[in-house]
Design a protein around this ligand. Structure first.
Ligand SMILES: [Zn+2]
Ligand SMILES: [Zn+2]
Length: 282
């Protein structure tokens, strides 16, 4: 394989072709390309679920779920995203999984290569749609908060769906966005950018580091998060570099535990606060 690292820009035509083929090959190997039908089906399921939150709990309680679900989802995203950056440090690029590899190319070779197809996004929806609701509902049942499962799971999936295309949004030039995104996606992403929930400008700051200073990666959120949380997480990521040892996977192993802890504590707190607030207002 061509050593892309030595010659990141300008990109030669053959290199571009080779890179595209490699991404496609890696994606196919890992079966990351389900049909667009699955993507549309998962959108229908998730938006119906969101509608049923409003039917089940009423407007006020549903808004609570949607707002807290946003922070729950985005914080989880930050941890997963930082884990991909830990992989960049701990794994040689040829050993990265498809998703990590595309992210690596996106960060350090050519940013436009994360503007990948609808099929790839479909993969994310499809996986989360299948695998997120059941364990989360089971967990909430175990801790006695099953009555909030629809709100917790539905709001998470709602944000997963509406925020999933934002990274593509950041890297598609504004004049091409109307053509690139579906009508509905364009409207909601345009509104998100207008109200400051997402910011193309801020996303470019995340790209302000290179292959030689991987530890300087920061701002792992894709959408707005309180500045205090962003800065605390940036500090955590810097501190956490002490775990790095050549040829080992300490950083990723540690983040795996953080992911599990965040899942358990985050969902417990979410359901617990719903329980307190809803009792208070009833
Ligand atoms: Zn990144
Ligand atoms: Zn990017």
């Amino acid at each position: 394989m061509t050593n892309f690292l030595k010659e990141p820009t300008p990109f030669k035509e053959e290199e571009k072709k080779e890179l595209k083929l490699l991404i496609k090959k890696k994606a196919l190997e890992e079966k990351d390309f389900p049909s667009p039908f699955i993507y549309k089906l998962s959108l229908i399921i998730i938006f119906s679920l969101t509608a049923s939150i409003f039917i089940q709990y009423g407007v006020f309680k549903s808004l609570f779920f949607i707002v807290i679900g946003y922070f729950n989802h985005q914080f989880t995203f930050m941890i997963y995203h930082s884990r991909i950056h830990a992989s960049f440090k701990e794994k040689p690029s040829y050993n990265l999984h498809c998703r990590e590899y595309i992210a690596w190319v996106h960060h350090y070779v050519e940013p436009k290569y994360l503007v990948c197809s609808e099929h790839y996004r479909a993969y994310l929806h499809w996986k989360f749609t299948l695998f997120f609701p059941l364990p989360t509902t089971a967990f909430l049942y175990l801790i006695g908060f099953e009555q909030y499962a629809l709100g917790v799971v539905g709001s998470w999936l709602f944000w997963q769906t509406t925020l999933a295309p934002i990274h593509n949004w950041y890297h598609v030039k504004p004049r091409y966005r109307k053509r690139y995104f579906s009508y509905f996606e364009y409207i909601w992403l345009f509104l998100f950018e207008k109200v400051g929930l997402i910011s193309t400008k801020k996303h470019y700051k995340h790209h302000n580091h290179g292959i030689n200073n991987l530890e300087d990666a920061k701002d792992f959120q894709d959408a707005w998060m309180p500045p205090l949380i962003v800065s605390l997480y940036n500090n955590f990521f810097r501190w956490f570099q002490v775990l790095y040892k050549d040829g080992q996977t300490n950083m990723r192993t540690f983040l795996k535990k953080v992911i599990l802890l965040n899942y358990l504590i985050g969902h417990f707190l979410f359901a617990y606060s719903a329980n307190i607030i809803f009792k208070f207002i009833n």
